[in-house]
Design a protein around this ligand. Structure first.
Ligand SMILES: CCCCC/C=C\C/C=C\C=C\CC(=O)SCCNC(=O)CCNC(=O)[C@H](O)C(C)(C)COP(=O)(O)OP(=O)(O)OC[C@H]1O[C@@H](n2cnc3c(N)ncnc32)[C@H](O)[C@@H]1OP(=O)(O)O
Length: 289
């Protein structure tokens, strides 16, 4: 891949207890919806989702996320932090427009890219952390739970709300959720399509910490990644794999079947109708604001 390296100085003087540092921006020429930077001092990469207004995950954004993750691993970064450029939305989840009245080839590529992105993030060798600085419904929650650590800002929401849209959270969405939330809480929440407030999410273990600002969230993620500094990275990666291999193998072996189930479900007229009504509701709400 053709990686452009630029060196960009970032003054951290406004942030207490931090020495001046630099970040390298590694970005592919086509990067449109993401910013990817590596802190030269800590070796930690930050992937910022930047697809206004709500970072909904379309095929291009998913592809860019995959490229960033690959860059972080190839460049032997100490870890990866995922965050958002928005002040109110981490990501609104999958781009509903990819699934509403979709084109056959595009929707297949879209779902396949989502599967790949999830497997690469969930199974990543390097430590991963989510600085959730906004709402994280559905696919947003999927990205957060694929990471090893989550910190969230107050008064936002997170969860798997698919049933409220008339769709079903696939098994692999649920499996990562079950890593952090007790089974009974998960079953009730996901069948109800519940979105947890930050405080509720913290209470059930869906997020590990709550802080007030994005800077604090990034610092918490850095702290988490830094906690592995005395751990052999190879031993760490293999140990992580032992915890995650079952879900990864399950999806890898069922990829085609998972795609067909997805297509079968979203192409049902009743599901298309429900999605259309949901989208309309979002648009009406957006116009009122
Ligand atoms: C056993 C069988 C298993 C089979 C499995 C098969 C299928 C599973 C299929 C799919 C799984 C999908 C998972 C998903 O991720 S679906 C997406 C779910 N996301 C949501 O429900 C979030 C919807 N959005 C919101 O609630 C709000 O937008 C949000 C709280 C995030 C932000 O609010 P805010 O007030 O800031 O912004 P809005 O005014 O609401 O929105 C602005 C603008 O953006 C549009 N939009 C919002 N979300 C989406 C989206 N997810 N996709 C596309 N577009 C979105 C919204 O319509 C507004 O547009 P416009 O009016 O400005 O044009």
């Amino acid at each position: 891949m053709n990686i452009i390296r630029t060196v960009r100085s970032v003054a951290f003087s406004s942030i207490p207890n931090r020495t001046l540092s630099t970040t390298r921006s590694l970005s592919t020429p086509s990067a449109q919806y993401t910013a990817f930077e590596v802190n030269d001092k800590t070796g930690i990469a930050t992937l910022t989702l930047n697809r206004p207004p709500v970072n909904s995950l379309n095929l291009e954004l998913l592809t860019e996320m995959r490229n960033c993750l690959k860059d972080a691993e190839t460049n032997k970064c100490k870890g990866l932090i995922i965050t958002s450029s928005s002040n109110s939305v981490f990501t609104a989840g999958l781009d509903l427009l990819e699934m509403y009245q979709p084109q056959d080839e595009r929707v297949k590529s879209f779902w396949t890219a989502l599967q790949s992105m999830w497997m690469e993030l969930y199974g990543s060798k390097i430590p991963t952390a989510a600085a959730i600085n906004g709402h994280a419904p559905a696919g947003g929650c999927l990205i957060a739970t694929a990471c090893e650590y989550r910190v969230m800002l107050p008064n936002f929401t997170i969860g798997l709300n698919e049933t409220l849209i008339g769709i079903v959270a696939p098994k692999w969405f649920v499996s990562a959720f079950l890593n952090v939330v007790p089974r009974r809480v998960a079953e009730q929440a996901i069948t109800q399509g519940k979105l947890f407030t930050t405080a509720e999410a913290h209470n059930v273990g869906l997020v590990d910490d709550v802080v007030n600002t994005k800077e604090e969230a990034i610092a918490k993620c850095e702290q988490f990644i830094g906690s592995f500094k005395n751990v052999n990275p190879y031993a760490r990666a293999l140990t992580k794999q032992q915890f995650r291999i079952k879900e990864l193998q399950e999806l890898e072996q069922q990829r085609e079947k998972d795609l067909q189930i997805f297509l079968g479900l979203i192409m049902q007229p009743s599901v298309q109708k429900a999605m259309g009504i949901y989208l309309e509701g979002l648009k009406k709400k957006s116009k009122k604001q």
